[in-house]
Write a protein that binds this ligand. Sequence first.
Ligand SMILES: NC(=O)c1ccc[n+]([C@@H]2O[C@H](COP(=O)([O-])OP(=O)(O)OC[C@H]3O[C@@H](n4cnc5c(N)ncnc54)[C@H](OP(=O)(O)O)[C@@H]3O)[C@@H](O)[C@H]2O)c1
Length: 375
Amino acid sequence: MATRTQPTVFLTGATGAIGSRVLEHYLLRGSEVLVLVRPRERQSSEERIAAMLEAAKLPGELRRRAHVFEGSIEEPFCGLSRLDRRRVISAADLFIHSAAVTNLGASPEDCYRANVLGTEHALELARLCLQGGRLRRFAYLSSYAASGTARSGYFAEDSLPAAPFFANDYERTKYEAEALVRTALGRELPIVIFRPSVTVGDTKTGRIASFNLFYQVVRILGSGMLSHWPDLRERKVNIVPVDYVARAIRRGLQVAWALGRTFHLVSRNGCLLRDLFDLVKVFPYLRVPKLVPMAQWSLSLLNQNEQAIHRALEAYLLPYLNDLRLETRNAERLLTLPVINPSFLRRLMEYAVKAGYLPRECFAPAPLGPAEALA
Ligand SMILES: NC(=O)c1ccc[n+]([C@@H]2O[C@H](COP(=O)([O-])OP(=O)(O)OC[C@H]3O[C@@H](n4cnc5c(N)ncnc54)[C@H](OP(=O)(O)O)[C@@H]3O)[C@@H](O)[C@H]2O)c1
């Protein structure tokens, strides 16, 4: 590896929506990044990272700074061989633990193995990096949902609620994992905790490596899968651009005052569901459900198939629409919070259509008027 002017990073979860952006962010700024990756289907770990960095159009010399280590966070010491462990310990200045099972429908066992046990293994490896190497910071990717979204409430940054209300096992295990990290915080390891909200595409281009909850909801609401839906247009979900999350992580690992703190990486205003429904003006072929006032809402308005879709949507989306008031004092000191506006939402949709996630027949933009066509 070349002589270092930038920190060397050990990163788990590099193939994920956030992890892949963190990887790019550090590579673009001259870091060497050691990534823990598992093979998938017929692709080796190396092939997965090579394909990802090629898709991100990173120049060859930057791609060569990504060093792939095969392993799984579900194994002790993240499944690294002895030799690889020694290489990681001697090289890592920063350890960023981003890997997790994030599927809100995952089984309790899968969530536990990746999120709780996986975090124990990451902490175990980080301790070795501190004792035998050069580790300066351990970053843990938690979630604002770790505070439990099943009820409205106020979430502080530098603590977890004592009696949270969880909407699913993802939240429960992210809570348990963050609690584990917090026991090591300030005593054993130099820890910084980041809690992003629902992470969406890049501010300027809408680009994202994988399409999560937000996009799934948009696909259901815009593709004619539901004939009716309760009118929740005044409810909000907090979404945040992925480039901001990556920038905030890097900054949080640079500034001394961030040590031991927790950051809510969220947007200032969130996204009103009204703004999503208003996208009909831009994408006139959207097949949105007829909105029914809450007082008149009944499941019987939907056929059997729609009822199943509605129940899934309700289980995943409704908790996020609770009144979740998030402290952002630490995050605002780190970087200005991003603001969500309709043109950003439009970019997100356009990218998701281009990438083949949203159906083109519903998300085709309005034809240009004569004046726009000439502009
Ligand atoms: N995206 C969001 O909206 C959001 C919001 C709040 C918090 N977060 C947190 O931010 C972190 C990153 O999220 P993300 O959006 O990048 O997640 P993601 O897109 O679901 O990616 C998850 C990553 O974890 C890896 N992983 C899962 N199990 C693993 C295992 N046993 N061994 C090794 N790697 C494993 C996955 O690898 P494979 O590709 O091999 O499966 C993938 O790289 C997570 O901790 C998540 O809880 C995310």
